[in-house]
Every structure is written in structure tokens, then in C-alpha cells.
Design a protein around this ligand. Structure first.
Ligand code: ADP
Length: 232
């Protein structure tokens, strides 16, 4: 579905991505992991088309993403830190996004507000929200247009256990619908029962891309977090 081929990205003298190739398919839930500074966010931004590689290319359903005019609307993105108009309420932010992209299919925002348990605070202004609640707004926005691909950057960071479960339930349902889900997370214990594949990055290079089963077999560890700790 999304294929990156020999992607290299430099920032000055620093090579943030070094000849990275990756193949992501429908129905996969991929954990993109590795130490800080290993290139995960840069890879995500390249896959989103937000950062243009110095060399290599990325395709979505066989078409170069930079020439695919609808590409961005097919991807739901949950950033690590969402930036929103602070004087708007949660409901207004969701409405605004629907207005901006009114030609796109959108799922019911009311349903999303309930999915993420935001109904009681939908009229609260963004500037009054806690970090965890902002995360839930970011999650709702990522799902708003019923995207084919979800890219979630540290989605459970700052979420309380109940909200983490709400988000995991939603991710699980989307995975069952055959969507591609790519997640970076340091809190791997949260993802144990969702992940089907693991991509491990180090020093800008893709060290391996394995199924969770294979990784567990290779490391002899039954938990994702332990298996990753073994290879770090
Ligand atoms: P990770 O997400 O794995 O922590 P990043 O992709 O954020 O890693 O960063 C990879 C490397 O690229 C780091 O050394 C980081 O400092 C550098 N880097 C990332 N973005 C920029 C940028 N816009 N300008 C300069 N250096 C950057």
C-alpha cells in the first residue's frame, strides 16, 4: 500500500534517514520503534509527504505520493504535539476541519466525540484542556475522514489508562476493517495485543522489519516490550 524505496534525508551534515526501504500493507499494525534520534519522526514525515526526501521515493497504491493529489486526505495523522486554535472549542475545531475538507467523506464527528469520551467537554476551549485531553482531540481528528492509513506518533503518551483503552479499541476496529496503521511509541506495553509487525530503526537506518511472531521467536520473548529491549 505504501512503499518507500531507498529514502535518504539529510539535515545539513546529519543523515536522518539513510537509504531506508519499507513496504507497508493493508491490515497491518506496525510498531515503528528505535532509540531517540533514530529517524522515526523523519520517516513518518516523509511518508506523510511533509518532508521531501533528498533521494529515493515513496508510493501509495503504486503512485508517487508527491504526485498523488488526494494522498494527504487518505491519511489520518495524529502528531505528537497537536497545534490548534486555542480560543476554539473542541466541537468548533472538529467542525472547522470538516469545513476545510468539505469535499471529503467524513465520519460522524458526534460518534468520534463519544468514542473518545469528549461529549461532556465538547464546548470547552482548547486552551483550557489538559495534555491528555488534547491528545484525545488529536486522535478524534486523525479518524475524522475515515482514512485508509493511520499514522499515529506516540498516541498513548499522556493518556490515562481508560483513554488508552478507548484509543486501542478504536485502532483495533480500524485494523479489522483492513486499514494500515503505523504507530511510533515508547510505551510498547500498550501495544502488545495490537501490533502485527515491528520496524526497528537505529542511526537513521532500518535495522529490521519483522512480523511480531518472528521477532518473538528470534528473541525468545513473548512480550513486545521485552523483545525490543532484547534487540536494543
Ligand atoms: P526520532 O523520531 O527517532 O527521535 P527524528 O527523526 O526526530 O528521530 O530525528 C533524527 C535525527 O534528525 C536527529 O538527530 C534529529 O536531531 C535530526 N533532525 C530531525 N529533524 C530535523 C530538522 N528539521 N533539522 C535538523 N535536524 C533534524
Amino acid at each position: 500500500m505504501i512503499i518507500a524505496t531507498n529514502v535518504t534525508k539529510r539535515f545539513g551534515k546529519l543523515t536522518a534517514l539513510d537509504n531506508v526501504s519499507v513496504n507497508c500493507n493493508k491490515g497491518q499494525c506496525i510498531s515503528l520503534t528505535g532509540p531517540n534520534g533514530s529517524g522515526k519522526t523523519t520517516l513518518i514525515k516523509c511518508l506523510l509527504g511533509m518532508v521531501v526526501p533528498d533521494s529515493g521515493f515513496i508510493t501509495f497504491n503504486q503512485q508517487n505520493i508527491l504526485h498523488h493529489w488526494q494522498y494527504r486526505s487518505r491519511i489520518g495523522y495524529m502528531p505528537q504535539i497537536g497545534r490548534y486554535p486555542e480560543n476554539m472549542t473542541i466541537a468548533q475545531v472538529l467542525d472547522m476541519m470538516k469545513d476545510i475538507r468539505k469535499n471529503n467523506k467524513s465520519v460522524l464527528d458526534e460518534e468520534l466525540i463519544q468514542t473518545f469520551d469528549l461529549q461532556h467537554i465538547a464546548n470547552k476551549k482548547m486552551r483550557t484542556l489538559s495534555g491528555g485531553t488534547r491528545q484525545k482531540v488529536s486522535a478524534a481528528l486523525a479518524f475524522l475522514f475515515n482514512p485508509d492509513v493511520l499514522i499515529l506518533d506516540e498516541p498513548t503518551a499522556g493518556l490515562d489508562p481508560l483513554s488508552t483503552e478507548l484509543l486501542k479499541d478504536k485502532i483495533r476496529k480500524e485494523k479489522q476493517k483492513g486499514k494500515l496503521i503505523l504507530i511510533t511509541s515508547h510505551i510498547l506495553s500498550d501495544l502488545d495485543d495490537l501490533v502485527t509487525e515491528v520496524i526497528y530503526m537505529q542511526d537513521g537506518q532500518l535495522r529490521f522489519h519483522k512480523s511480531l511472531e518472528q521477532l518473538k521467536q528470534d528473541t525468545g520473548q513473548s512480550q513486545l516490550s521485552r523483545a525490543i529491549a532484547q534487540v536494543m
